[in-house]
Design a protein. Sequence first.
Length: 122
Amino acid sequence: MNWTDVPSDKFSAWLDVFRSSQEGINLKAKCPVCGSATLHRYFSSPHTPPADGTLGRCGRWEWCSSCRSFAHYSAAMPVWWHCDITVDEAILTPEPEALEQALIIASHNVAEPDGAVNDLPA
Ligand SMILES: [Zn+2]
């Protein structure tokens, strides 16, 4: 299934959802297009960090893992942005496929049992 642009009649609701959230890569809100709680966002590192101490322009992705609607913009990186997953930014494209794959890998890592670490004697 290919990535598709957010339908124009849903775009304003889509923007509202993302604008009202300062969550990280995973949003709790439901997708305005399909109703699934599988919305994600990502800001890439600025290509050239500005020398003036600001955060600079970066790539901004918003997507839904279920219906594969997505939006991609150039944006200012917000100060609240944080990201728990590792993304190879060299392979990023306007479509969020590489980001989706990074999320899948991260979720597999989280699902691994960590009992071995917890069971170590104190
Ligand atoms: Zn969706």
